[in-house]
Design a protein. Structure first.
Length: 135
């Protein structure tokens, strides 16, 4: 099985590769994958990665336009589930065959969304003005 990684792992992994200690007061979302990249074991084999974004000024949706990944499973838009090892192109929706997996990932997502919304930063989206000379 391939290891699950995400964009949030970049900073902790680069710090690990450079031998930098990330200060405890800096709470990074990602994990350090440097040991794995250097041939060692995976630091967190049972992790769930949540992808919620619009890539613009709108706040992320709770389930629509999301991907929740855990091990070999991908839950897309809160409804479509795929076994990524056998179906990398995500062509065969397995949600009806594995409703327990869907429910488990949706429950984890509820916790993630609640934690995200409890943070001030969740509501601070920078505006982008096309043609603004300062940009």
């Amino acid at each position: 099985m391939a290891d699950l990684s995400a964009h949030v792992d970049l900073l902790p992994t680069l710090a690990g590769l450079c031998g930098f200690e990330v200060p405890a007061q800096i709470d990074l979302d990602g994990i350090d994958l440097s040991e794995r990249l250097q041939g060692g074991g995976l630091n967190d084999a049972d992790r769930t990665v949540f992808v919620h974004h619009n890539q613009d000024w709108r706040p992320p949706m709770d389930e629509d336009q999301t991907c929740i990944a855990n091990g070999p499973w991908r839950l897309v838009n809160g409804t479509d589930s795929y076994g990524i090892e056998q179906d990398r192109a995500q062509q065969n929706n397995l949600a009806k065959q594995y409703p327990d997996i869907v429910e488990q990932l949706l429950t984890q997502n509820l916790g993630f969304v609640a934690a995200a919304k409890s943070q001030r930063e969740y509501y601070e989206f920078p505006p982008s003005v096309i043609g603004n000379l300062k940009q």
